[in-house]
Design a binder for this molecule. Sequence first.
Ligand SMILES: Cc1cc2nc3c(=O)[nH]c(=O)nc-3n(C[C@H](O)[C@H](O)[C@H](O)COP(=O)(O)O)c2cc1C
Length: 146
Amino acid sequence: MIEIIYVSRASQRFKDNELSNMLKVFRKNNQSKNISGLLLYNGSGTFIQALEGDEHVVSSLYETIRRDPRHSRVNLLGKEEISERKFPDWRMGFQNISKLSLAEQEGFSDFMLHAKPLDFLTAEPSFAVDMLEYFKQSTNLDLDKD
Ligand SMILES: Cc1cc2nc3c(=O)[nH]c(=O)nc-3n(C[C@H](O)[C@H](O)[C@H](O)COP(=O)(O)O)c2cc1C
């Protein structure tokens, strides 16, 4: 199995219902491909996504995602072999970080307040990894129940 982590720039400011409709499709697809992962959105311009599953399945989905016009500047931060899933419970967990209270956002202020969040994450990939790790444990996470 492999895990891929990338960041990208959203092509528009997505509304809650648009995101939830997108997630329905992603989760249905991911279930059939045995893919799990987590998607973070900062409310305006940036996506961070972890995808995990069989190598050829994840690589092929990543190629599709890369060409998706709903975002651009898709930038691979990491690709590694894994023996265990980090997000076994999520066909695609989701968190809109801008919906968190300001206190909760505090820990991500470097990212949230950065003028160029995508450049920041590309320069500091470990920050993206830490955020994914944090939200894995967060009780706020959209629990992927539908
Ligand atoms: C930020 C972002 C994340 C995405 N994540 C997934 C995903 O986890 N699973 C998935 O199947 N498609 C995902 N997509 C959508 C794919 O690019 C593509 O539209 C979809 O896989 C095609 O599904 P379809 O063949 O059922 O139309 C994502 C798109 C974007 C913009």
